[in-house]
Design a protein around this ligand. Structure first.
Ligand SMILES: *[C@@H]1O[C@H](CO)[C@@H](O)[C@H](O)[C@H]1NC(C)=O
Ligand SMILES: *[C@@H]1O[C@H](CO)[C@@H](O)[C@H](O)[C@H]1NC(C)=O
Ligand SMILES: *[C@@H]1O[C@H](CO)[C@@H](O)[C@H](O)[C@H]1NC(C)=O
Ligand SMILES: *[C@@H]1O[C@H](CO)[C@@H](O)[C@H](O)[C@H]1NC(C)=O
Length: 174
């Protein structure tokens, strides 16, 4: 019945399809944004903040960013070790926290790196100058300068200490 009534007014027909298209576009845009916000990876989130995405390994189960405090909380599926370059190994606790701002993750908890066979907690990660290609790791005693391209891709993360080494010292230090 409705169709029969509409057909005598073909001049009105261009408007409703346009309106419908706009509504559809709006719906598509908002749902895409919702999906992206809810499901985009923590690695993308790091990149959006001017940090290399590979600072966190694969195997992230959940993460959340409190946008008012800047606190990023990441849960891996298990504590693990990731190899970055040569035999530089990082230990990731199951839960990792840090204060995320543009170009920096400060007040980091749950991340350690091995330095001369000693596990040192990483306290902060900083890209001071985005054009320099350098990333700084605050390991308490010093800032370690590394090429940020080493951290572009999220590494695999394995529950066993890599290369037969163990990160137990890290937990005992705290
Ligand atoms: C969300 O991410 C998971 C794992 O990466 C993927 O399997 C799933 O298809 C994604 N869902 C959406 C709606 O993008
Ligand atoms: C986010 O941080 C603010 C400020 O620190 C705090 O009041 C709020 O409870 C936090 N929200 C969540 C969901 O943790
Ligand atoms: C996070 O850092 C911002 C400034 O970079 C600071 O204002 C805020 O208090 C910090 N939040 C926490 C929880 O340390
Ligand atoms: C590792 O994470 C657990 C919670 O999953 C926490 O209780 C523990 O204190 C963390 N250890 C370190 C060294 O951050």
């Amino acid at each position: 019945m409705g169709k029969l009534k509409l057909s005598p007014f073909p001049s009105l027909s261009p408007l409703p399809p346009l309106f419908l298209l706009l509504v559809l576009l709006l719906v598509a845009a908002t749902s895409a944004a919702a999906m992206g916000g809810g499901n985009s990876s923590v690695h993308e989130l790091l990149r959006e903040h001017g940090l290399p995405g590979g600072l966190l390994p694969r195997g992230v189960e959940t993460f959340s960013l409190n946008r008012s405090s800047g606190v990023l909380t990441v849960e891996l599926n298990r504590p693990c070790y990731a190899k970055y370059y040569d035999d530089a190994v990082a230990f990731f606790n199951r839960s990792i926290r840090g204060n995320l701002s543009f170009g920096a993750l400060r007040g980091v908890e749950g991340l350690a790196q091995e330095e001369l066979f000693v596990w040192l907690p990483v306290k902060g990660i900083l890209v001071s100058d985005p054009t320099s290609g350098v990333i700084l790791f605050d390991i308490g005693l010093a800032h370690k300068r590394l090429s940020r391209s080493l951290f572009d891709d999220p590494p695999d993360c394995r529950p066993d200490g890599l290369l037969g080494r163990k990160g137990g010292g890290f937990q005992e230090q705290r």
